[in-house]
Design a protein around this ligand. Structure first.
Ligand code: ZN
Ligand code: ZN
Length: 356
């Protein structure tokens, strides 16, 4: 894996795992949730562990230990047999069998060719935090990115129009920028770059003005509404967004959800030609339900000379491990690795997005 390893703040799950010291019950449960997330398990089991984690976090450690000893953990609402066992095994200081099994079963598959791309990645340019519709704090996402060997990540929470995802108003975005500045001091040399996943409105304008977008390091622009508009309208809408000088990356371009929603109609010749001309990278979205763009479109984008970004679009720490999905596809269709933005050193990336 590329990149350095920054040091972990003492006492975090990350540090404990690296040192192979026993984990706390909360850290063990956090890791269970992480593994279920990377396996894209959104069912009953995953929800139950998220709930158990909340309960364990809220309880004084003494009470948790006492209940583990007297075998009364399951009397707590939200703690079931499996989560009780994880807590007890963590407190016993030995191997947490349930977790060890899950670690092995939930590895994200990668091909030898894909591994070459993954090994070259230094960061992730599209991910969400609790500030919009993500499930983890910015800090938790950053610490996981560090563990994965990344040197940087771009925080791209949603813009205000996406109310369902608690999109950030200008005011909240400014609060977030202040938080990021503080975190960056603590996490150096790792770097959280500022960014946004800005909505492409129906006419191709964006859900924030120039004044806001110009303050951010990286801007991902995506279509999230009116995905079924006519092909010509959609083409004009996307080209207009791609041509906006603030836009650096076109997110999940077809909007498809595999098995659930067909790709939008647009003319890829116009859109990818515009991406190449206006220096807007085409995202290779790694979410398993998206895997967007589909292979034939990805091949077209290569031919147009586009740049790319292999992005997790993670909404939880475990999902930051999804980059192999995009790396496998990039390798399959032969994306030139030197055109993948997030394989570059941070200075090169920042110069490119600044238009140099
Ligand atoms: Zn999106
Ligand atoms: Zn997103």
């Amino acid at each position: 894996m590329a990149g350095h390893r920054a040091s972990f703040p003492p006492g975090t799950a990350a540090e404990q795992r690296v040192d192979c010291t026993p984990v706390t019950p909360v850290a063990a449960l956090e890791r269970v949730v992480h593994c279920l997330d990377r396996a894209h398990d959104t069912g009953f089991k995953a929800k139950a562990f998220v709930r158990a984690l909340e309960v364990a976090r809220a309880l004084p450690p003494d009470e948790l230990a006492q209940r583990a000893k007297s075998d009364t953990l399951t009397e707590l609402e939200g703690i079931g047999d499996s989560s009780a066992k994880v807590i007890q095994q963590a407190l016993a200081g030995g191997d947490v069998a349930y977790l060890a099994d899950l670690e092995a079963k939930t590895q994200v598959p990668i091909t030898p060719e894909g591994a070459e791309y993954r090994g070259a990645l230094r960061g992730d340019l599209h991910l969400h935090s609790r500030w919009s519709d993500g499930g983890a704090t910015i800090e938790a996402m950053a610490l996981t990115a560090v563990e994965l060997g990344h040197e940087y990540m771009v925080l791209t929470d949603h813009s205000p129009r996406l109310t369902i995802a608690h999109g950030l108003s200008e005011e909240r975005l400014h609060e977030q920028l202040a938080d990021v500045a503080v975190l960056n001091e603590r996490l150096a040399p790792f770097r959280i770059l500022t960014g946004i996943e800005v909505d492409i409105l129906e006419d191709g304008t964006l859900d924030h003005g120039d004044d806001v977008l110009s303050q951010l390091d990286v801007v991902v622009a995506s279509v999230h509404s009116k995905l079924r508009m006519g092909g010509q309208e959609m083409t004009e809408r996307m080209v207009r967004a791609v041509a906006n000088p603030h836009v650096d990356i076109l997110g999940h371009c077809t909007g498809r959800l595999i098995g659930k929603r067909d790709p939008s109609s647009f003319d890829p010749d116009y859109v990818f030609a515009a991406c190449a001309q206006f220096h807007t990278a085409v995202e290779i979205n790694c979410r398993p339900e998206r895997l967007d763009p589909p292979r034939p479109l990805l091949q077209m984008a290569i031919e147009y000379g586009c740049y790319f970004a292999i992005n997790s679009d993670a909404h939880a720490t475990g999902q930051l491990e999804w980059q192999p999905h995009g790396c496998n596809r990039a390798a399959e269709v032969g994306v030139p690795l030197d055109r993948v933005l997030n394989s570059w050193p941070i200075e090169q990336l920042l110069a490119w997005v600044a238009g140099e």
